[in-house]
Design a protein around this ligand. Structure first.
Ligand code: NAD
Length: 312
């Protein structure tokens, strides 16, 4: 295996230092960023994410609150919580954790968010700005993918802007939270971008597209979907997938694996990210980076009478 493994944990530590500095600069001005999460139900992955960002907020000196609602909460209950957080001057960024229960409409909740506090860019205004290449906030997981790519390119002696303008970036997965914004970020870097989803796979055409990738971002949520037959020599591969799999030897242990068949892809890749320890740690820190940015935005636009900013 000649491929280099991109160490997301080490890069996340560096990013954390940077965010800490930004938070300290705000502290000098008497501003303390505040993150609020909204957790509806007891999804295991959402709870784990909530705990991680809560710990990180504390480490970075940010306020943190988690609003918990039961699985059977009505949409109106969730809207009321979001409305309360919108109006709370101590809260700069709001993360609505997925999944939401069936009776709660995701678009309705996202539309309720104050766009200045919408640190995952899920409000239509922020999603639109991102698609137009004028992002207010870059959502954390796709941001993490390009953060890893950009740092890797720089550290291997290349200028990211030169690399992207000559390269094909293939994104596998087209969700609103990962795949689509990753495509927009590729466009923003002047890359040629190809977007594939499950329909591409079902049509039997996934491989022909992934084989064109100079940089491959995989966010399908299918364990080991991409093996070496899907990639060309020298690809840089970013694995977003987090898939729990049971130990095949029957111990009952559950481990997390990505969408790349790591050992197989590593035979051909120039570099690739591991799972865990790749995209995930950067995603967590990026959320806090956006929280700090939100505190900065809000401090300059909050009404002098204490009213929350009204923005589109
Ligand atoms: P999602 O289910 O919302 O979307 C999955 C996308 O992949 C869809 O567009 C679907 O069409 C596509 N897809 C599914 N099977 C495919 C196949 N065989 N071939 C091609 N495309 C296929 O999922 P999501 O929220 O985008 O998350 C994707 C994965 O990333 C999941 O494993 C999730 O746990 C993980 N994730 C990781 C992080 C992180 O920080 N590391 C953050 C968010 C999501």
């Amino acid at each position: 295996m000649g491929a280099r493994v991109i160490d997301g944990r080490a890069l996340a530590e560096e990013l954390k230092e940077q965010v800490l500095l930004e938070a300290k600069e705000l502290a000098v001005r008497g501003i303390r960023p505040g993150l609020a999460t909204v957790l509806v139900g007891e999804d295991y992955a959402a709870q784990a994410y909530e705990r991680r960002v809560g710990r990180l907020a504390a480490q970075l000196g940010c306020r943190y609150v988690c609003e918990r609602l039961p699985q059977e909460a009505e949409e109106a209950d969730v809207l009321a919580v979001v409305g309360k957080l919108n109006a709370d001057p101590r809260v700069s960024g709001i993360l609505v954790l997925r999944p939401l229960p069936q009776q709660v409409s995701e678009p309705a909740i996202f539309r309720m968010l104050n766009p200045l506090k919408d640190i995952e860019a899920v409000h239509p205004v922020n999603a639109g700005l991102l698609a137009l290449g004028r992002a207010r906030y870059v959502p954390s997981t796709p941001a993490a993918c390009f953060y890893l790519l950009d740092r890797y390119l720089e550290r291997s002696g290349r200028l990211p802007e030169e690399f992207y303008s000559r390269s094909t970036v293939v994104v596998v997965g087209r969700s609103n939270n990962v795949g689509k914004p990753a495509v927009s970020l590729g466009f923003a870097r002047n890359a040629t971008v190809i977007s594939c989803d499950v329909n591409t796979y079902r049509a039997g055409r996934l491989r022909e597209h992934t084989l064109r990738a100079d940089a491959l971002i995989v966010a399908a949520g299918v364990a080991g979907l991409i093996d070496q037959s899907y990639v060309r020599e020298g690809v840089i591969a970013i694995d977003v997938g987090i898939n729990p799999v049971r130990d095949p030897k029957g111990s009952g242990r559950v481990t997390l694996v990505g969408d790349l068949d790591f050992q197989s892809v590593a035979r051909k890749a120039e570099a690739l990210t591991p799972v865990p320890g790749g995209v995930g740690p950067i995603t967590d820190v990026w959320l806090l980076k956006n929280t700090v940015a939100a505190a900065r935005w809000i401090s300059s636009s909050w009404g002098s009478n204490g009213s929350p900013p009204a923005v589109g």
